[in-house]
Design a protein around this ligand. Structure first.
Ligand code: NAD
Length: 286
């Protein structure tokens, strides 16, 4: 058996068309464009690429983008002042601070300054708490993008055994919460998990968010499982996922490729989150 490929690139292109249409309707209704402010501190090359791609995503969906670059030497106060100014700016719907921040800056303090209604990354503790409580909120882009991929492929989650490998705040934990919200029976595995292989073999839906190239091998996968590969690892100049794609695709029913799987959906979900923040802010005024 060879798995069906979940094409994140194609889905992302379709979703961007939908977001663009919704943003145009927003502009007609409220007389202004949805606006995302992106803050980059320092000159980490990978972060510069991510920021550039986010700005391009805005351009493709008719979202106005504001880009702010502070030097590597920026102080905590410099960054906080910028966030406060963007928080007070009525025309800004979403604020994104590109991570990681340079060493010496207090990341938590900076992220906590972003008003919850402009928190397009869904990292603010209040938004994380709402996700845990099952309330309407803005959810971290990568796991939310994975849910969109599952829904788009009519993969039902309710009652399934879902295993998430990885417990980071930006991927693993919110991923587990979203699967639970859709009624899966969820197990979270991490670096201290014992019997990882046995647990994974029980998964109907297996999500790998580890950061180790080709870590998940065919012997860890149940026949017919849905395998979602979040990993992005650079090996000899090539991008590799956390899943050994060639062997696992022979056992899985669905699989996401790397590149072209979860990655493109992450930025598209950021654009969707920005739109949602804009709409909710306008509705809160009336
Ligand atoms: P992280 O380093 O914060 O977390 C990795 C997790 O893997 C940890 O919780 C750790 O306990 C677990 N882990 C490590 N070794 C393990 C082992 N041997 N067995 C079981 N669990 C183990 O990483 P992250 O930020 O969650 O990212 C994970 C991967 O996803 C990375 O490759 C990252 O580049 C990628 N990523 C992709 C996107 C995207 O848009 N596709 C977005 C974010 C992260």
């Amino acid at each position: 058996m060879s798995a069906v490929l979940i094409d994140g690139k194609a889905l992302s292109a379709r979703k961007r068309e939908e977001i663009k249409k919704k943003c145009e309707i927003f502009e007609q209704e409220y007389g202004r464009k949805i606006c995302l402010a992106v803050v980059l501190v320092g000159n980490d090359p990978a972060s510069e690429v991510y920021v550039r791609n986010k700005i391009r995503g805005c351009e493709a969906t008719d979202i106005r983008s504001l880009s702010f670059t502070l030097p590597q030497t920026a102080s905590q106060n410099d960054v906080e002042q910028l966030i406060c100014a963007l928080s007070a700016d009525e025309s800004v719907d979403g604020i994104l601070v590109q991570l990681p921040l340079p060493k010496g800056l207090d990341e938590d303090r900076i992220l906590n300054l972003i008003p919850t209604e402009k928190d397009v990354d869904g990292f603010h503790p209040v938004n994380v708490g709402k996700l845990l409580l099952g309330k309407e909120t803005i959810v971290a882009c990568t796991p939310m993008g994975v849910m969109t991929m599952l829904h788009d492929n009519d993969i039902s989650v309710a009652g399934k055994n879902a295993v998430v490998i990885g417990r980071s705040n930006i991927v693993g934990k919110p991923m587990a919460m979203l699967l639970l919200r859709d009624h899966a029976t969820v197990t979270i595995c991490h670096s201290r998990t014992k019997n990882l292989k046995e647990i994974c073999k029980n998964a109907d839906i297996l999500v790998a968010a580890i950061g180790k190239p080709e870590f998940v091998t065919a012997d860890m996968v149940k026949d017919g499982a849905v395998v979602i590969d979040v990993g992005i690892n650079r090996v000899n100049g090539k991008l590799k996922g956390d899943v050994d794609f060639d062997s696992v695709k022979e056992k899985a029913s669905y699989i996401t490729p790397v590149p072209g799987g979860v990655g493109p959906m992450t930025i598209t979900t950021l654009l969707e989150n920005t739109y949602l923040c804009g709409v909710r802010r306008e509705r809160a005024k009336s």
